[in-house]
Design a protein around this ligand. Structure first.
Ligand SMILES: Cc1cc2nc3c(=O)[nH]c(=O)nc-3n(C[C@H](O)[C@H](O)[C@H](O)COP(=O)(O)O)c2cc1C
Length: 191
């Protein structure tokens, strides 16, 4: 089994076992100064061996990846087994049609929210945000909300996977896949 099949297999098992939001993962980016930044985002689409999440392109993570496309993803699930999946890869903005599709599937409140929130920028106070929301609510009143140019998807192309599963007496299993040209090479790592 290759890493994408193994990812789908474990994901499906976590979903079937009732894991809450198995699609939530920790995304790590690195600033131009080499400082790591981590935050949770949601995996919203998996296609053509790419993992997609959606966000504000002007956010801190957007700034980081504009300078350094190397990212890391981390999934942690407690059922049906205690598991962790670590993925490293490079990120690029999603095609506009992918971002449009996802944006148009979102509830209107979230669409207005995307326009209203200068994600990761400083707000004067909560009213600052609330007044922006009223402004855009009015601006798009009676109309479909278009996707802002500064908001959309990112697709991550993995270059490394590691599948960790808890074992007895800390004898966990760690299966790593790294890329050698077009081929995935599998290795067993010590826990
Ligand atoms: C469960 C959960 C899911 C989240 N999903 C997203 C998401 O899909 N996209 C997003 O931009 N932020 C999401 N966030 C908020 C991010 O964690 C983060 O606060 C925000 O993106 C700003 O990060 P940044 O300043 O590092 O760019 C989520 C937070 C949590 C706790």
């Amino acid at each position: 089994m290759g890493p994408f099949e193994m990812f789908s297999d474990w994901y499906k098992q976590a979903e079937d076992a009732g894991v809450v939001e198995p699609f939530a993962f920790v995304l790590s980016t690195v600033s131009t100064h080499g400082e790591p930044h981590s935050r949770v985002v949601l995996l919203r689409r998996t296609e053509d061996k790419m993992f997609y999440f959606f966000t504000n392109y002007s956010s801190l993570k957007g700034m980081d990846v504009a300078q350094n496309p190397h990212v890391a993803m981390n999934f942690h699930w407690r059922a049906p087994e205690h598991r962790q999946i670590r993925i490293q890869g490079t990120v690029a903005k999603a095609r506009a049609d992918i971002s449009d599709d996802y944006f148009s599937s979102r509830p209107r409140g979230s669409q207005i929210g995307a326009w209203s929130s200068p994600q990761s920028q400083m707000l004067t106070d909560k009213n600052d945000l609330l007044s922006r929301i009223s402004l855009f609510d009015e601006k798009f009143s009676g109309k479909d909300v278009p996707r802002p140019e500064f908001w959309g998807g990112y697709g991550i192309t993995p270059t490394y996977f590691e599948f960790w599963q808890e074992g007895e007496n800390r004898l966990h299993t760690r299966i790593a896949f790294s890329k050698d040209g077009e081929k995935w090479v599998q290795k067993l790592l010590a826990p």
